[in-house]
Design a protein. Structure first.
Length: 190
């Protein structure tokens, strides 16, 4: 009988504990329902608040948050791919511009080389004209006139332009009138 009493005592205590636990749970549920009702009447969006709080608690967040994160991740990945494509395009443009710059630099070097050659040729030609001019200064006007008439027209005009006025006048007067007029016109047009 002692054992029976002890078992009965344990059962009574278990029932008291269950009743106490049940009473607390019922009161808690009642308090939650009452809070929802009062908050709803007060104009507070209770479901939104519950979702906000629930989304912050791990493992309670809804699947929609996961879907939203996946969607955002997809958008970010697409944006990254777009940026990478833009970077590739810009790198291609940079390479093309570098190639154009290289070509233009080569053209500049070629033109500078041509300019140097032309300058050298012009200097040589000017020196030749000076030497010829000095030679014609020393000649008799009749001989100088005969030689100048036989020269190429542009060379003859260059030599005549370099001669002093009195020497040029003597040589032109030694020429036939037609040749002298032609050279004089070319001197004016120079």
């Amino acid at each position: 009988m002692g054992d029976y009493m002890s078992v009965e005592h344990e059962v009574k205590q278990a029932k008291k504990f269950q009743w106490f636990l049940f009473a607390i749970i019922v009161l808690l549920i009642f308090a939650i329902i009452l809070t929802f009702i009062i908050s709803s009447v007060a104009g507070v969006d209770v479901w939104q608040k519950v979702q906000d709080v629930g989304s912050k608690i791990p493992f309670i967040a809804s699947d929609s948050d996961d879907e939203q994160e996946e969607t955002e991740l997809g958008h970010y990945e697409a944006a990254i791919k777009d940026r990478e494509a833009d970077i590739d395009d810009l790198q291609t443009q940079i390479k093309n511009k570098d190639d154009q710059i290289q070509e233009l630099e080569e053209q500049i070097q070629e033109y500078e080389s041509q300019i140097n050659e032309l300058n050298d040729h012009q200097i040589y030609q000017e020196e030749s004209v000076k030497k010829l001019t000095n030679s014609f200064k020393e000649m008799e006007p009749e001989k100088a006139a005969d030689i100048i008439v036989e020269m190429e027209s542009n060379h003859a005009v260059q030599v005549l332009a370099q001669l002093p006025d009195d020497t040029r006048g003597s040589i032109l007067s030694a020429m036939e009138a037609e040749d002298a007029a032609s050279f004089t016109n070319e001197l004016f047009n120079q």
